[in-house]
Design a protein around this ligand. Structure first.
Ligand code: IMP
Ligand code: MG
Length: 186
């Protein structure tokens, strides 16, 4: 079995999204220049549900950030792929990611987005790992704080598997194969 127990149920995820959507809507409801940047692949499911719950006029952009190459430890280099089609200059940007772990991914994304000269940038994650982050990121919206284990489900993958689980669980480390050399996770 890939996981021993469910850490966050489907209902808990949806409650959390409702709470986040209220806060985000309260911030941006009078704005007409919001661009949401969804970090693929992990945040796709979360962003889809969150954006549906927002009462805000917005544009959506997708960007891919890769830092995990088949293991459960982040390697230090973050690659960013994809183009931002909307002009960000003078606009408000909200970056949506699935999880804040080392902080390297969000740090690289913040730097990338800043280069497009938006008016302001905020960050939203569904989960924040309860660990010592390598880079401190000023998060604006956090769904839940979670323990330091490798999580799967609701967009989070291990070697591209388990994204489709409707809940979030801790990966059962006994199921990990010895060969972790394949480039797999985003
Ligand atoms: P960070 O750069 O270490 O903060 O990690 C952020 C990225 O790594 C996230 O966007 C996730 O895609 C991935 N990630 C971090 N922790 C986990 C996990 O526990 N399960 C699955 N993916 C993770
Ligand atoms: Mg990611």
């Amino acid at each position: 079995m890939a996981y021993d127990r469910i850490l966050i149920t489907q209902a808990e995820i949806q409650n959390c999204i409702l709470m986040l959507s209220k806060k985000i809507t309260a911030t941006y409801e009078t704005f007409d220049n919001l661009v949401i940047i969804v970090v693929l692949n992990g945040a796709r499911q979360f962003a889809k549900d969150l954006i549906k719950a927002l009462g805000v006029n917005l544009e959506i952009e997708y960007i891919r950030a890769s830092s995990y190459y088949g293991g459960i430890e982040s390697c230090k280099k973050v690659e960013i792929e994809g183009n931002i089609n909307s002009k960000l200059s003078g606009k408000s940007v909200l970056i949506i990611d699935d999880i804040y772990d080392s902080g390297l991914t969000l740090n690289a994304l913040l730097r990338f987005v800043k280069g497009h000269k938006p008016k302001d940038i905020k960050t939203c994650v569904l989960l924040e790992k309860n660990t010592r982050h390598e880079v401190q990121i000023p998060l604006d919206y956090v769904g839940l704080i979670v323990e330091d284990s490798f999580l799967i489900g609701y967009g989070l993958d291990y070697q591209d598997n388990f994204r489709d689980l409707p809940f979030i669980a801790a990966l059962n480390l006994n199921t990990i194969e010895e060969d972790q050399t394949l480039p797999i996770m985003e």
